[in-house]
Design a protein around this ligand. Structure first.
Ligand SMILES: Cc1cc2nc3c(=O)[nH]c(=O)nc-3n(C[C@H](O)[C@H](O)[C@H](O)COP(=O)(O)OP(=O)(O)OC[C@H]3O[C@@H](n4cnc5c(N)ncnc54)[C@H](O)[C@@H]3O)c2cc1C
Length: 304
C-alpha cells in the first residue's frame, strides 16, 4: 500500500518553510513540495527586506535562504516537484504532482501568488523584451536607461526605489491621486531625484519594435522608455485546489487565521488565503498557525 503522510505542505515560501519548521517540532510525518529548486518564493524578488522583526535589513534572497537553511538543518523532508491538482477521497488527500502522486491525511496549501497583468496592448508581446514583473530579477538590464513602473502600492513603490538606483530615470504611473504604499516607503520614493510620479494616469499601450521604446497613456501622452515594470497586484495560485475549497471572487482561498478552509483537513496559509496584509511575517505566522490546526485535526481523527 502507498505511504500515507500525516501532512503534505504544498509550497515552500515563507508560509511553507515556517510550517515545515513547526511540523518537525510536532513530530509529524510530512513532506514539503515546492516547484522551484531555486527560491520560487516572492521573497527572492525583494531587494531589501527591512520589516521582518529582529533583522533590520537583509536582501530577499538571503532571507529566503535563511528560512530554507533553518528547515534543512532540522532535516525537514523537502521535494522539488510541481503540484498540479489536489483532490480528496475517503478522508485522504491525493496530491498529484508532475513526478508522482502523494497521499496525505492533511494538506497545508501555501503556493503564494503571481503577478496580476494589466491586460493592455503590447503587454504580452513585449514580456521578456522590455516588460517585466520583477525589478530585482530584471532591473540590471536597464542600467542608465529610462523605465516606467506601474502601480501605487508597496510593491510598485519598492520596485521604483530599487530601479532609481540603477536607471537614469523612473516614471511611476499610478491610476489614483495618492499612493497606497506605507509612509516609510513613500518617503524614500520622494527623496529619489530621478523618480517622477504621474498620478491619475493609466497606461493604454506599450509600443516598440524588437523591444519596448515607449508607452502611451490613456490621456494620449507618450513616454519614451526602454523598460516597463508592472506591479498592480497579485493573483493567488489556487488553481490546484479550486475543486475542493471555496475561494473569493478573486480566487483567494477562504480561510481565517487558523487556516481552516471549507474542506476538512485542508488548510491555507500565506498570500493564497483571504486576508488584509500579505507580508512575509504574516505568511510565517500563518504557517505556524496551520501546524497547530493540523495537530488538532489529526488528534480529533485519532480520538474517533
Ligand atoms: C517585489 C516584492 C517585494 C516584496 N517586499 C516585501 C517586503 O519588503 N516585506 C514583506 O514582508 N513582504 C514583501 N513582499 C510580500 C512577500 O514576499 C509575500 O507576502 C510572502 O512571500 C508570501 O509568502 P507565501 O509563502 O504565501 O508565498 P511565497 O513566498 O510566494 O511562496 C510560494 C511558494 O510556493 C511554490 N509554488 C507555487 N506553486 C506551486 C505548485 N503548483 N507546486 C509546488 N510549489 C508551488 C513557489 O515556488 C514558492 O516557493 C514582497 C513581494 C514582492 C513580489
Amino acid at each position: 500500500m502507498s505511504r500515507v503522510y500525516d501532512l503534505v505542505i504544498a509550497g515552500g515560501g515563507a508560509a511553507g518553510l515556517t510550517a515545515a519548521v513547526y511540523a518537525v517540532r510536532s513530530g509529524l510525518d510530512f513532506l514539503l513540495v515546492d516547484s522551484s529548486a531555486s527560491m520560487g518564493s516572492q521573497i527572492a524578488q525583494t531587494d531589501e527586506v527591512d520589516n521582518y522583526t529582529g533583522i533590520d535589513s537583509i536582501t530577499g534572497i538571503e532571507l529566503v535562504q535563511r528560512f530554507y537553511d533553518h528547515a534543512n538543518k532540522l532535516n525537514a523532508p523537502m521535494k522539488n516537484d510541481t503540484i498540479k491538482k489536489i483532490t480528496k477521497q475517503n478522508e485522504l488527500f491525493s496530491v498529484e504532482c508532475e513526478g508522482q502522486t502523494l497521499l496525505a491525511k492533511s494538506v497545508i496549501f501555501c503556493a503564494g501568488a503571481g503577478h496580476r497583468k494589466l491586460g493592455i496592448k503590447g503587454e504580452n508581446e513585449f514580456t521578456g523584451r522590455g516588460v517585466g514583473y520583477c525589478a530585482v530579477c530584471d532591473g540590471f538590464f536597464y542600467r542608465n536607461k529610462t523605465v516606467v513602473v506601474v502601480g501605487g502600492g508597496n510593491t510598485a513603490v519598492t520596485e521604483a526605489i530599487y530601479l532609481s538606483k540603477i536607471c537614469k530615470k523612473v516614471y511611476l504611473v499610478h491610476r489614483r491621486d495618492t499612493l497606497r504604499a506605507e509612509r516609510a516607503l513613500t518617503k524614500k520614493l520622494e527623496s529619489a531625484d530621478n523618480i517622477e510620479i504621474l498620478y491619475s494616469s493609466e497606461l493604454a499601450q506599450i509600443c516598440g519594435g524588437n523591444s519596448v521604446s515607449s508607452v502611451i497613456l490613456k490621456n494620449g501622452k507618450e513616454l519614451e522608455c526602454q523598460g516597463v515594470f508592472i506591479a498592480v497586484g497579485i493573483v493567488p495560485r489556487s488553481e490546484a485546489i479550486k475543486d475542493i475549497a471555496d475561494t473569493d471572487e478573486y480566487g483567494f482561498v477562504l480561510a481565517s487565521e487558523s487556516g481552516k478552509t471549507s474542506c476538512k483537513g485542508l488548510f491555507a496559509a500565506g498570500d493564497v488565503r483571504t486576508k488584509s496584509l500579505r507580508q512575509i511575517i504574516t505568511a510565517c505566522s500563518d504557517g505556524a498557525n496551520c501546524i497547530d490546526s493540523v495537530n488538532r485535526f489529526l488528534n480529533e481523527g485519532a480520538q474517533k
